[in-house]
Design a protein around this ligand. Structure first.
Ligand SMILES: Nc1nc2c(c(=O)[nH]1)N[C@H]1C(S)=C(S)[C@@H](COP(=O)(O)O)O[C@H]1N2
Ligand SMILES: [Mo]
Length: 253
């Protein structure tokens, strides 16, 4: 389909929609208006608007809306010798390492993380496999940890390293950019529905990045690495499913 015929198709659809179009939509159809919008001097307005959209909060729910059961998915137990030993000892020897482009690398124990200010949120988890569940998460805002580690200005992404390795073949991992890293609902969660995380849901600590689909919410965290690009990490696409199945890196909802 050529550009012109696509345009006339759009115009046709717009005409059919008739009164449903808002004044704004009508304005956007005008060629001059469109040119003005995308002109260089207006670009900052668009980026500002896009940023504001990305900083918007995910919907939070009330306790009566919580799913009776939060179904586990993906890895339900990493099953490695190391994870088995660490979980048998109630995660006393578990550490979260914060490394990469930071001025102060950290190695945090679970009690240290739990001693930081918490946030609690009841949100809906949406998995691409076609199920959703509403659960109550408690955890530490990621920004608190990042402030402690003192991110360098060159850091553009955070990579979340996980304890599950898919039979030794490939560790699970995920990554997000700094807009999501500093989003107020982005937390490192250690409790689900008022109980310490079950192994099946990512004990002892997992990411909640509420404006994204389920596969971004890395479970079994062992490390957070600040990087300036994702090319050198595993398959280079920024996440396990991105590498092995071509899932979108940006999974915003
Ligand atoms: N480490 C790790 N994190 C993971 C996965 C996984 O297999 N390993 N699966 C992802 C997917 S696809 C989903 S839907 C959620 C499931 O979280 P849940 O087990 O708490 O339901 O975890 C995500 N995080
Ligand atoms: Mo998922």
């Amino acid at each position: 389909m050529t550009f012109m015929s696509r345009r006339s198709l759009l115009t046709g659809l717009a005409a059919t929609a008739g009164g449903l179009l808002t004044g704004c939509d009508k304005l956007a159809q005008s060629e001059d208006f469109r040119k003005a919008l995308f002109s260089a001097e207006n670009v900052h307005r668009w980026t500002q608007r896009a940023l504001t959209d990305r900083q918007a909060l995910a919907q939070e729910f009330t306790p009566d809306q919580m799913s009776p059961y939060f179904r586990p998915n993906g890895t339900r137990n990493p099953g490695t010798a190391e994870y088995t030993a660490i979980s048998a000892n109630n995660f006393a020897d578990w550490r979260l390492k914060v490394t990469g482009l930071v001025n102060r690398p950290l190695s945090l124990s679970l009690p240290q993380i739990k001693a930081l200010p918490h946030r609690e949120q009841i949100t809906r988890h949406d998995c691409v496999e076609g199920w959703s569940a509403i659960g109550k998460w408690r955890g530490v805002p990621l920004r608190t940890i990042l402030d402690g580690a003192q991110l360098k200005t060159s850091a553009k992404y955070l990579v979340f390293h996980c304890a599950d390795t898919n039979g030794g073949a490939r560790p699970y991992y995920e990554s997000i950019d700094m807009v999501d890293a500093f989003h107020p609902q982005t937390i490192l969660a250690f409790a689900l529905n008022d109980k310490p995380l079950f192994v099946a849901n990512g004990a002892p600590l997992r990411l909640r990045v509420e404006r994204h689909l389920g596969y971004k919410h890395a479970k079994y965290l062992i490390g957070i690495e600040a990087v300036d690009n994702l090319a050198g990490i595993h398959g280079g696409k920024g996440g396990y499913w991105e590498d092995v199945a071509g899932y979108q890196w940006y999974a915003g909802i």
